[in-house]
Design a protein around this ligand. Sequence first.
Ligand code: FNR
Length: 356
Amino acid sequence: MIHLFQPFTQRGLSLRNRLIISPMCQYSSQEGFSTDWHVVHLGSRAVGGAGLVLLEAAAVSPEGRITPDDLGIWQDEHVPGLRRITDFIRTQGGASGIQLAHAGRKASHASTWKGSHTLTPAEGGWTTLGPSARPFSDEYPMPQALDKAGIQQVIEDFRQATRRAVAAGFEVIELHAAHGYLLHEFMSPLSNERTDEYGGAFENRVRLLLEVVAATRAELPAAQPLWVRISATDWTEGGWTGDDSVRLAVLLKEAGVDLLDCSTGGNVPQADIPVGPGYQVRFAEQVRRETGLATGAVGLITDARQAEQIVATGQADVVLLGRESLRDPYFPLHAAHELGVDVPWPVQYERAKPRR
Ligand code: FNR
């Protein structure tokens, strides 16, 4: 039996297979609105056979954008454009999800192909927010430490974004608590220097994430899964660890989270990361084994047999494909052929389907 192409069912949702398009910023939005690029890019990956197409980090507030070109979900007017995307993905037999995000102290930057530099006010830059007045690095602006009212606003922004995501037809919500963005900044002792109930002890550092999870779960119909992406380690002495991730996973499971998407890094600029094939998979494996929470594995998974092995050996329930899905939008169709699984091709492409 090929495990990768077994359906994956959570709550009321059944994915056709275990291959997920990892959220990837396209920096192709204006004022947060999705564009034709999103329809074609995301639509192609649904045509390519993915079980779930997860949309890129969508900002829950304008100041929560990494760049002015980020996708947004902070106003109801964003919904119809997103609806067009989810509708198309569904016609292709895929499911859609969206990653809700706040960039925190890593906001107010130019997008990658515009230089990734901090934006000056003249360039449209804005004051960034974080747990503490401590920048990501010398090249980053000093963030403003969120006060209690600011924290409540962030929670409310995630709640409203969830409501809009449901209205837009997304079936999965993923909260972005990884890569050194706001929720991760609160979780890690390397970025959180607060002395109130949101800083210090582990329970305090994960409080904001748990409050966002509660607000999101309350807004999300019971039939829809809630996923969380974390950086399972900061790869830095004194930072967030794999064991912290296990401890958090227990709390998230109790709070109604259905899957932990295990990425790593991004909260400190000088981390020593042993990058190589499947280098983050062991975190997904540890969380799954020690907590029973479903997990997603991501990071340099580029091969059908590698992906199959991860799922077949119980290291993770699903595999998220990032760059390989940019190289090959039809990766799932190609993987099925390579693994000897007969999956339907889009009828328009049927004459091109390889015969066994
Ligand atoms: C990313 N990544 C990313 N991660 C995330 O959680 N939210 C995001 O919006 C983005 N944006 C993004 C844009 C682009 C162009 C790339 C290449 C990557 C990280 C991505 O989801 C994935 O975790 C990593 O790329 C590692 O997986 P691969 O690429 O080795 O399969």
